[in-house]
Design a protein around this ligand. Sequence first.
Ligand SMILES: O=C(O)C(=O)C[C@]1(C(=O)O)C=C[C@@H](O)C=C1
Length: 93
Amino acid sequence: METLTEVRAAIDTLDRRLLELLAKRQQLVEAAGRLKPQNDAGAVAAPERVAQIIAARRQQAEAVGLSPDVAQAVWQAITDAFIRFETEVNQQQ
Ligand SMILES: O=C(O)C(=O)C[C@]1(C(=O)O)C=C[C@@H](O)C=C1
């Protein structure tokens, strides 16, 4: 992989896989939102679970050669976005 164009093509391919995994994650979050009591913002936000996820992903990142700070930022953004998504699901069930 020698050119910026090649590197970007590889990033696009990898991002496609990430999108598919995030779509599967969304289905699981939707199921979680339906299992929680309706209109329960505290249950949806589950801050203790988010803290557990962030700590675990930091450790798991180190094991696979990913910067723990990058992992924390990514999973903070993921959980923020999915809490917003799950809030909609939880209100509409
Ligand atoms: O574990 C849950 O309770 C979920 O609803 C899933 C999830 C997640 O995205 O991983 C989403 C919202 C909560 O803040 C915590 C975690």
